[in-house]
Ligand binder design. Sequence first.
Ligand SMILES: C[S@@+](CC[C@H](N)C(=O)[O-])C[C@H]1O[C@@H](n2cnc3c(N)ncnc32)[C@H](O)[C@@H]1O
Length: 329
Amino acid sequence: MNDSASATQSFESQMGGPSHEVIALATAYARTEAAGIRVADLGCGDGRNSFLLAGVGCSVTSIDNSAQSIGRLRQLAAVHSLPIEAQLCDVRDLRLHGQYDSILAHGIVHFLEQSAATQLISEIKQATKPGGYNVYTVVPFQNLDDIPSDMQAAGYKGSLASNDVMSHYRDWEIISAELYRKWDWHPGVGIHDHPIEKTMFRRPKEGSRGLIRATEISLARSQVSPLSWTPPLISSTIAKSKDQVLAIAGEPDLAIPYYAAGPQFSFRGFAQSGYLLELMFYGNVVVYVANGIVSGISVYATNAYRFDIASQATGPRGTPLMPENAEGA
Ligand SMILES: C[S@@+](CC[C@H](N)C(=O)[O-])C[C@H]1O[C@@H](n2cnc3c(N)ncnc32)[C@H](O)[C@@H]1O
């Protein structure tokens, strides 16, 4: 076995494979000139999104206050010769140098007190180039009693309500904003559910339309889903195969594939030969199938989005990522 395969073989990732909106971003960058693109991944954790973006040639600054995560990501970057600068840092002390094309804050802002969250959002905005993206995923529990013990132990502050992040971006282009309740699996935690708010913003730039197109998918909230999804059914479906879902629920109303080539973080470990994440929509229920296995299920409170690559991202193609038929018209 070569070094790169052995560095990833036994690694059980906390968060699974890269997020679908980050796969879209990486695909857009891979089709432009990713070598000059700077991305910051704040609270990078194991680095599933950093790894993907660096793999297409972006220079990635990855920040986390976990020495274990940063140490492992440095090792992974060295073995795969990836342009990742992994920094051990508390984001409350963060001062970003220079300007970034994109800044990701996935699963981090809700661990901060309100004043620190506001300070971080302002730091993120000012360090973003015109035309650049800010991408957030936050967990806005409304009721502190609902916060699971592992999140409390990790320092969840409960200082964030849904729409709080959005309120800081009234002067930017809002690319997408989704709210849903998601059931998924993490090692040591098992299957659990939490509210998720995912947003993407773009700093305005005159005369430029951006690399990503987000098309709102109007979900039929009142439609009775083929599985009449209930929490016990959702929980028992996680880790089943796509074929098992199709056998019970039939064909979805809509299926959107996001694909990342090469070795990638994946559900319960590493996938050496690519990561295919399929979003299968049944009414307002979305089933996430990662390399043929159900990795999570969400019930949407808002509409969802499909992320496509805008036609202006037509430069030389780097690593093939999303399949051609996933492109917007
Ligand atoms: C839920 S994980 C998300 C990891 C990664 N962004 C992902 O999507 O896979 C949250 C991460 O935030 C990090 N974190 C929490 N509070 C932090 C802080 N104040 N400064 C830096 N990192 C922090 C944790 O160590 C953890 O790796």
